[in-house]
Design a protein around this ligand. Structure first.
Ligand code: ADP
Ligand code: MG
Length: 254
């Protein structure tokens, strides 16, 4: 089932009296459980697209259905509630709160929603463990490396179990080795939690390891490539035991 259905999405900015067509009509479906890399030159509109999907920005026209809700036309309050319930974000810069430790930062989305520390402590600790930071939970951001800070940001994005994780160049600021292990974590989280992940990346090695790559240019989708048969992606929660499936085999009636 499609988690996201985007139709004829356009976004225009007016800057110093000039109209900038930043998204020029995007059509795409993304299924529950997919991992999709968005690539393309700087200025292609990748961040703008992510912000529209993530309800952080309003499109100029077109429609976005997210988990069955049509986003265009909803009130700010309704959008905020969908955002809090359904979407986690990881940005290039972690935006952690410097005066709180890793555990508190990860619990924060829940605390802001009025949940108690007691309720949030267990899921936050579990996530910090999953991202390999069990030994760093009392460290403040300033006492963590760049890669560790991004892991905390990933744990924070997932603590309320969103259906969708949006990541905008999450490793743009990290060295190659650190960014490699961060990318592994995205795959791991997709497998263990079934989270749908859209990640904008400049790292082509990572992008090419992804089951689906969408290339954007000048506000449009230039190419949408699936490297893994869709059925296999959808059932990736279970270990694959049979022979590697081919598109022909997957096309057989089920
Ligand atoms: P990408 O993430 O692919 O590098 P962006 O979505 O950030 O691209 O930006 C696409 C284009 O939209 C750029 O040319 C950028 O200058 C322009 N743009 C983005 N945000 C605004 C804004 N708030 N006002 C005017 N122009 C903007
Ligand atoms: Mg960008």
């Amino acid at each position: 089932m499609a988690l996201i259905e985007v139709r004829a999405l356009k976004k225009t900015f007016v800057h110093m009296g000039r109209q900038l067509d930043v998204l020029r009509g995007i059509d795409i479906d993304i299924d529950q459980g997919e991992v999709v890399a968005f690539v393309g030159p700087s200025g292609a509109g990748k961040s703008t697209f992510l912000h529209c999907i993530g309800t952080l920005d309003l499109p100029s026209s077109g429609s976005i259905r997210l988990a069955g809700d049509e986003l265009t036309g909803l009130s700010g309050a309704k959008l905020a509630s969908i955002r809090n319930k359904t979407i986690g974000f990881v940005f290039q810069f972690h935006h952690l709160l410097p005066e709180f430790n890793a555990l508190e930062n990860v619990m924060m989305p829940g605390l802001i929603q009025g949940r108690t520390r007691r309720e949030m402590e267990e899921p936050a600790q579990k996530l910090l463990h999953e991202v390999g930071l069990a030994a760093r939970i009392t460290h403040r951001p300033g006492e963590l490396s760049g890669g560790e800070q991004q892991r905390v940001a990933l744990a924070r994005a997932l603590v309320l179990s969103p259906k969708l994780l949006l990541a905008d160049e999450p490793t743009g600021n990290l060295d190659t080795a650190t960014s490699g292990s961060m990318h592994e974590l995205f795959f791991q989280m997709n497998k263990t939690r079934g989270t749908t992940i859209i990640v904008v990346t400049h790292n082509l090695v990572f992008a090419e390891s992804m089951p689906r790559i969408v290339a954007m240019r000048d506000g449009a989708i230039e190419k949408d490539t699936r490297t893994t048969p869709r059925e296999e992606v959808l059932s990736s929660g279970a270990p694959h035991v049979g022979p590697v499936s081919t598109p022909e085999a997957d096309a057989a009636p089920s």
